[in-house]
Design a protein around this ligand. Structure first.
Ligand code: EPU
Length: 439
């Protein structure tokens, strides 16, 4: 298994382009199951997860031509005979569950493995099932699979669906119910829909395919079902989590970095917290704002001062602070002048990075869903173990600034969600190499 070996201390300088969003791309790819026509996606990140999704779709009779170099995928259903999402694939990528709604909507049947436990905590799918049942699906559990069927005639029906759960709404659950409702008979209203930009991007693409969805990006969405969807070419939104990670890489190394294709409109909570920390985020060029009128694709310049102020961070559903940036901001706050408090309200157990950061000299005290971070003067390089995608990203950030050498083992987690992270960071002047790891 590969590892990253990082010599800490280099100030990052230069320019990188943010890739297309992994979490937007996976449900967009799954939506190709909803039409017989080709679906063309551009800005598709070349990742383990997008490759896995391509394999899953192939196994469901959807041809996928993926040009990783040009970030372009063409997907077209050839055979609707196979509607089984096997455990072997679902266990490697929990997001496979987002084929459930599209399969049910188009084929009237789906058999999808129940996703198992995961490193970031308990991740049930009860809200997905509740929503789809309200649209008329019969869903039973059989030997670890959700076996779902539309009513006689093969079409679901519109309904009022409430998707709020104990930790807020559900992103992929909203994608599943929205996709299913797009081809159902009648009107569906989703209350407490997830407002994440990835949900809005899926709605945008489905509408371009002929669906009739309003309110995406707000807690109430209305979907008027249509009979068919047709072909589309769609550009995937930029990855707000990758952007946030590189913003914090610049911050932690006291660097000066320009990010192109940055979705600042989706990063308000991060930018608010980082302003408190003392970071400067400006349009990259004097007239950049007028050149790039799209706030989801801006060029921004991140500069930082040596002194970092402590802040309190609470993760929440969008537009709150994203749980997917919690590990990265923790790495940054390890070096702030004082005590910060970080609380994860989405995944209260998502703290696998805490003991590893402690091995690098961080001062962290965890109490339930919160971690008190007492700033230290420096972090010290160490071999550390990546346990999930974002925890690993947090450890890489710590390694960039730590004294000496940090080896982040098991970077296959990072390869799930960051395209060639080491190359992006090398381009900014970091001393980071991919090597064959020992663990
Ligand atoms: N939840 C339920 N019941 C459900 C579904 C979710 O109680 O049926 C709970 C979860 O346990 C969690 C909360 O609701 O406490 C939110 O989970 P959500 O369903 O929104 O998560 P997801 O859709 O499975 C996506 C991202 C995650 C990201 C979360 C939260 C994708 C492919 N994954 O997961 O991304 O952390 O939303 O924003 O979009 C990552 O990229 O590293 C990652 C884990």
């Amino acid at each position: 298994m590969d590892a990253f070996v990082i010599q800490g201390g280099a100030r990052l300088r230069g320019r990188v382009r943010v890739n297309g969003s992994k979490n937007a791309c996976l449900p967009l790819m799954a939506a190709a199951l909803m039409t017989d026509d080709p679906v063309v996606l551009t800005d598709v990140p070349d990742l383990r997860d997008t490759r896995n999704m391509a394999s899953l779709l192939e196994s469901l009779g959807c041809g996928v031509q993926f040009d990783g170099e040009h970030h372009r995928a063409t997907l077209r259903v050839k055979d609707e005979g196979q509607s089984l999402a096997h455990y072997d694939i679902v266990r490697t990528m929990r997001a496979s569950v987002c084929v459930l709604g599209p399969l049910l909507a188009k084929r009237g049947v789906a058999k999808v493995s129940m996703p198992g436990g995961c490193n970031i905590g308990d991740r049930p799918v009860d809200l997905h099932m509740r929503g789809l049942r309200l649209l008329g699906a019969k869903i039973r559990l059989e030997e670890g699979y959700m076996v779902a069927e539309a009513p006689a005639g093969g079409r679901l029906h519109g309904a009022r669906v409430f998707l709020g759960g104990p930790y807020g709404s559900t992103v992929l659950g909203t994608c599943n119910v929205m996709s299913a409702a797009a081809l159902a008979d009648g009107t569906t209203v989703i209350e407490s829909a997830a407002c994440e930009p990835e949900v809005a991007d899926l709605a945008k693409m489905l509408n371009a395919m002929g669906a009739n969805i309003t309110g995406a990006g707000t807690p109430r969405m209305t979907i008027e079902g249509v009979k068919n969807l047709h072909s589309v070419e769609h550009q995937v939104i930029a990855d707000r989590i990758e952007a946030g990670t590189y913003i914090m890489a610049a911050a932690i190394t006291n660097g000066d970095v320009v990010l192109d294709n940055c979705p600042i409109d989706a990063l308000t909570a991060l930018i608010d917290r980082l302003a408190q920390v003392g970071l400067e985020i400006q349009p990259a060029d004097e007239d950049a704002k007028s050149v790039a009128s799209d706030d989801m694709r801006q060029s921004i310049r991140v500069g930082s001062y040596r002194r970092l102020n402590p802040v309190h961070v609470v993760t929440q559903p969008h537009p709150g602070f994203p749980t997917d940036l919690q590990a990265q901001i923790m790495a940054l706050l390890c070096l702030a002048d004082g005590n910060s408090l970080i609380t994860d309200k989405i995944f209260p157990d998502r703290f696998m990075h805490v003991p590893e950061l402690s091995r690098m000299g961080a001062s962290l005290i965890r109490n339930g869903p919160s971690v008190m971070v007492s700033g230290v003067r420096e972090l010290i390089g160490a071999p550390v173990m990546a346990s999930d995608l974002r925890a690993s990203a947090g450890l890489v950030l710590a390694g960039l600034v730590a004294r000496g050498t940090t080896t982040v083992n098991r970077v296959y987690h990072i390869d799930r969600g960051y395209e060639k992270m080491e190359v992006q960071l090398q381009q900014l002047g970091a001393t980071i190499q991919r090597v064959e790891g020992s663990a």
